[in-house]
Design a protein around this ligand. Structure first.
Ligand code: FES
Length: 603
């Protein structure tokens, strides 16, 4: 009988293949995640693998994304080929088998610890014949609670629990809800989870609610990447594929469930010690996580199914195995501005600041917040996922091998790749650094046009000059033997940075201020942590401002989720935030297009 088997190089891992599925689907079954920005439609060209043995015929879409030489060398698009028999394939290091650089930390303002979930140890008076009351009333009298909420199942278990525990119980209260009743004194064991569901990455942070200390953290790539790189492709997947929403939801909740177990193991605690979890993310990620159809976020007027905070018990209400404790998602501000930005606002103290601050969160899209405690403006700029490496020929997210820094000296253009590995692509910070260098070297002009190899500025070293080559009709600047930046890539970055810069300019205009009035420019997100401020201002992604005013604040969404867990006043502000901030919709702003065009140049 014919065996259908694939061997992955360089790891040597073997697995059986199903010849009725595409190679991409087979690899995903094995948890080898290739970049698949278009979700397997054959349009992004990212899911490249090289056949060492058993190459199938190249598909039509493959031929559009691969050169004749590459096809001859065995390169194919994994989403466009089905294979049988014995094959051997080389899978690039960006396949998720490689170590991942995921941002699990950030800067935040200091706050007094006052967690939203509170535990009380109660030594109740046993029921008496003279005055029997409801078992639950014993708890309410002791805690002084009036109106309250409780899960009926906890009431079912209460009579036996009280008597078995000799009326000594610990009650967990969140707001006006009794969320847990345990036998004995468990007040020392109170932990919370701050969870960031990003489009590209997932982070679970286990926090001690007494000390505020982070006990453990678990990070991984969002397994939903296999359904598309950005929120629009995920929304499309929900709309177009039968069972798409369920599939995507399970992929994220199963991933989170494993990560929660990992964090508990590392932190030396049981899941039952967790009092609550706060989950932040953009509205599409939040909808999918909650099992809500995100389709209407993708069409005018981009309305989310919920925008207020939502609290629920996952295993009891929605059949998701991430725990029995309450899970809360802070509010969204619109269909594109989610609880991750709300969390960013509270973690950076924008609503407490006298000074005007600018927060730019660059992920698969850009959210911009400008203002202080008097007035706060927020907008979403459709920058697209270029800074996450999508739609860039050699683009990739910040995995091992991604070029994250580029600089030059008299002799050459130099770079650093994550993990000091061989360069296999460019992540956002590397892309911005490379463009800034090409501008400074005169290889790119201010309009974004790449010079001709024959007419490069005098004074450039021969080494640098040789790196600019014409391949067919395309000009490419080669950073290494395999990684280049093309004229088309430069255009993609120009459009992305123009959207962000135009958004910032319009918010400043609306507020009647200039960039010099902004005390601090904070760049959030993984990209923000690694991008060089001088390069970001050089390409005009952020306005020209004194560099000492620019700071990276890391994963501000996760920091905000921690603050939501640990500070009741911050939680109250976050829950009312929809009434405080002013949303500005750029897509209906008459000045936006004009501003966008004027920001396209690098000058
Ligand atoms: S081309 Fe294969 S996933 Fe996009």
């Amino acid at each position: 009988m014919k065996t259908n088997k694939a061997t992955i190089r360089p790891s040597g891992r073997e697995f059986p293949i199903d010849p009725t599925l595409t190679l991409l689907a087979n690899l995903q079954k094995q948890e080898v995640f290739l970049e698949s920005v278009c979700g397997g439609k054959g349009t992004c060209g990212k899911c490249r693998v090289r056949f060492i043995k058993g190459a199938p015929a190249a598909s039509k879409s493959g031929s559009r994304h691969l050169t004749a030489k590459e096809i001859e060398e065995g390169w194919r698009l994994a989403c466009q080929v089905k294979v049988g028999g014995e094959v051997e394939i080389f899978v690039p290091p960006s396949s998720g088998e490689a170590p991942v650089k995921i941002l699990a930390e950030g800067r935040s303002i200091e706050k007094q610890i006052e967690p939203g979930a509170k535990k009380y140890f109660l030594q109740l008076q046993p029921q008496k014949l003279e005055r029997p009351v409801g078992d639950i009333d014993l708890i309410l009298e002791e805690t002084g609670m009036g109106d309250f909420g409780i899960d009926l199942r906890d009431v079912h278990a209460l009579p036996r629990l009280l008597r078995d525990a000799d009326y000594r119980v610990t009650v967990t209260v969140i707001g006006d809800e009794i969320t847990k009743i345990e036998a004995g004194d468990t007040t020392r064991k109170s932990f919370g989870l701050a969870i960031d569901v990003g489009t590209s990455t997932l982070v679970v942070s286990l926090i001690d609610l007494h000390s505020g200390e982070q006990k453990a953290v678990s990070v991984r790539l969002n397994p939903q990447r296999e359904f598309g790189a950005d929120v629009i492709s995920r929304i499309q997947y929900c709309r177009e594929k039968e069972g798409g929403l369920v599939k995507m939801r399970l992929s994220v909740t199963n991933g989170l469930s494993e990560m929660i177990d990992e964090a508990c193991r590392k932190g030396g605690i049981e899941r039952t010690d967790i009092s609550e979890a706060i989950v932040v993310g953009n509205p599409t990620m939040q909808h999918i996580f909650l099992g809500l159809d995100p389709s209407y976020i993708g069409e005018l007027p981009y309305a989310p199914a919920i925008s207020r905070k939502a609290r629920f018990r996952p295993t009891k209400g929605l059949g998701v195995d991430i725990g029995t404790y309450p899970v809360q998602t802070p509010p969204n501000l619109s269909g594109f501005i989610g609880s991750d930005i709300v969390a960013g606002i509270i973690s950076q103290g924008l609503l407490e600041s006298e000074e005007i601050q600018l927060l730019v969160d660059l992920g698969t899209n850009a959210e911009i917040v400008l203002g202080n405690k008097e007035r706060l403006l927020v907008c979403n700029a459709a920058a697209g996922p270029a800074f996450e490496g999508a739609r860039i020929a050699c683009g990739m997210i910040g995995l091992q091998g991604a070029i994250d820094r580029v600089w030059f000296d008299e002799e050459d253009v130099r770079f650093h790749a994550i993990g000091d590995a061989r360069a296999s692509g460019l992540c956002g910070s590397g892309l911005v650094g490379a463009i800034a260098c090409l501008l400074d070297l005169g290889i790119l002009d201010e309009s974004g046009k790449m010079g001709d190899p024959e007419t490069l500025p005098e004074g450039l070293s021969e080494k640098i000059k040789k790196k600019l080559r014409k391949e067919g009709s395309e000009k490419r600047f080669w950073l290494s033997h395999t990684v280049y930046i093309s004229q088309k890539d430069v255009r993609e970055v120009q459009a992305a940075k123009a959207a962000v810069a135009a958004g910032i300019e319009i918010l400043m205009r609306k507020m009647g201020i200039e960039i010099d009035d902004v005390a601090r420019v904070m760049i959030a997100g993984a990209f923000g942590s690694y991008v060089n401020a001088a390069s970001a201002t050089r390409i005009g992604l952020i306005p020209k401002v004194r560099l000492d005013r620019v700071m990276s604040v890391g994963n501000s969404a996760l920091e905000g989720a921690k603050m939501y867990l640990l500070s009741s006043p911050s939680r109250e502000v976050a829950d009312r935030i929809g009434d405080i901030v002013e949303l500005h919709e750029l897509s209906v702003d008459k000045e936006f297009m004009e501003e966008f065009i004027s920001q396209m140049a690098f000058g």
